[in-house]
Design a protein around this ligand. Structure first.
Ligand code: TRP
Length: 336
C-alpha cells in the first residue's frame, strides 16, 4: 500500500556536521511530508569518497548521521533509511548509465568545475562521474520527487536527461524525476557571515550550529552571532544577521516573522539572541537525547540499517533487472 504513494528520494553526504540549516531547510520539511510520499533516504557514502576520507572517522560519522536522521523523527518503519554502499545495485546501474552519459555534459557541470579546481591534486574520475551515481540513486527507485538544494538542480536535470535518453531508446523504463525545491524563506545563513549559507563544513566553528550540540555551546554561538549596529529587530534586506535569526526563531517556534517582529522590535539584541538560542535548545533537546540513546545501542542501529538496505535492495533490483533485460544482457541462470 505505501508503495502506491509517489516515491520521494533524497541523499545526504556524511561529511561535516548536520546543522540547524539542514534541519530547517530540509529535514523539517521531510517530516511534514513523510505521510504523503513513500520516502527513501540514503546516506550517500559512495559519493563522499570522491574526496579523501579518513576511514576511522568516516565510519563513525556515517553511523552518527544515520542516528541523527532517526533522532530528528524520520521513521524507519514509514520510510526507508539506508546506506548507499549497502545496496550494490547503485554501483552497477552507475556503470550502465555511464554508457549513456556524455563526457561533454559531465564536464559542463558547475560542481565538477568547482571541485576540479579545489582538488587539482586528486582529480579522480569519481568527481566527474558523481552525477551519474546520483542519477542511478534516483532512477533505481523510480522516484518522482527529489528534494534538493538549488546547488543540486543541475545534477537533477542531468538525471532527467539520462532517464529520458534511455526511455527513448528502450521504451518506458525510468520515471522522470521532478526537482522539489524547499521554500525559499527556509535558507539559513552562517551566524558569522550572514551573506554565506550555513555550511556543514564551515571551518569557523562559530558559523554553524549542529543539531546535536550541547545547550551551552548553542547559547554561546547565538550570543556571538553577527548582527548590525542598530538596535531594532526588523526583517530587512539590509539587516541580514537579524533577519536570519528571525527566520531561525520562526521555524523553531512556528510563529510568523511578523508576530516575532512585533514581539521583539524594541527588546534589544541581547534578549532577542537569548530567546533565539533558547528556542533552538528546546526544539533540539529531544533530538539530542534520542541521538545519545541511539548511539549507545549500535547493534540496534545497525539492525535498522540492515533492514533498510534489504528493503531498498529489493526495489533497486527490480529496476536493475529490467534495465539489464532491455539492453540485452543475458539473464543470470539460477542454479539448483
Ligand atoms: N549530491 C547530493 C548533494 O550533495 C547528494 C545526493 C546523492 C542526492 N544522491 C542523491 C540528493 C539523490 C538527492 C537524490 O547534496
Amino acid at each position: 500500500n505505501m508503495e502506491k504513494k509517489p516515491v520521494l528520494y533524497s541523499g545526504i553526504q556524511p561529511t561535516g556536521i548536520l546543522t540547524i540549516g539542514n534541519f530547517i531547510g530540509a529535514i523539517n520539511n521531510w517530516l511534514k511530508i513523510q505521510e504523503d510520499y513513500f520516502s527513501i533516504y540514503s546516506i550517500v557514502d559512495l559519493h563522499a569518497i570522491t574526496v579523501r576520507q579518513d576511514p576511522i572517522e568516516y565510519r563513525s560519522r556515517a553511523l552518527s548521521f544515520y542516528a541523527q536522521y532517526i533522532a530528528c523523527g524520520l521513521d524507519p518503519e514509514k520510510s526507508i533509511l539506508y546506506f548507499q554502499s549497502h545496496v550494490h545495485q547503485h554501483a552497477e546501474l552507475t556503470w550502465i548509465l555511464n554508457c549513456y552519459s556524455y563526457l561533454g555534459e559531465l564536464r559542463r557541470m558547475t560542481q565538477y568545475k568547482e571541485k576540479s579546481k579545489k582538488n587539482a591534486d586528486n582529480l579522480n574520475v569519481g568527481l566527474l562521474d558523481y552525477p551519474v551515481l546520483m542519477a542511478a540513486d534516483i532512477l533505481l527507485y523510480q522516484a518522482s520527487v527529489v528534494p534538493v538544494g538549488i546547488d543540486q538542480k543541475q545534477h537533477l536535470e542531468l538525471a532527467r536527461d539520462i532517464a529520458d535518453r534511455f526511455n527513448n531508446i528502450y521504451g518506458q523504463t525510468f520515471t522522470i524525476p521532478e526537482v522539489y525545491l524547499g521554500k525559499q524563506g527556509n535558507k539559513i545563513f552562517s551566524l558569522q557571515d550572514p551573506f554565506a549559507k550555513m555550511s556543514k563544513s564551515d571551518p569557523n566553528p562559530d558559523a554553524a550550529v549542529s543539531i546535536i550540540e550541547s545547550p551551552d555551546s548553542i547559547a554561546r554561538k547565538f550570543k556571538r552571532a553577527v548582527t548590525d549596529s542598530e538596535s531594532v529587530v526588523e526583517y530587512r534586506e539590509d539587516k541580514p544577521g537579524i533577519s536570519n535569526l528571525l527566520v531561525i526563531l520562526s521555524s523553531m517556534t512556528d510563529k510568523s516573522i511578523d508576530t516575532l517582529v512585533n514581539e521583539y522590535h524594541d527588546a534589544g539584541y541581547k534578549k532577542f539572541k537569548e530567546d533565539v538560542a533558547e528556542a533552538v535548545i528546546e526544539k533540539l533537546r529531544p533530538v539530542r537525547e534520542d541521538y545519545e540513546r541511539l548511539m549507545k545501542d549500535k547493534a540496534y542501529l545497525l539492525n535498522i540499517a540492515g533492514q533498510g538496505a534489504s528493503r531498498a535492495a529489493a526495489l533497486a533490483e527490480r529496476t536493475l533487472a529490467k534495465v539489464k533485460k532491455k539492453i540485452g544482457l543475458i539473464e543470470r541462470p539460477s542454479l539448483n
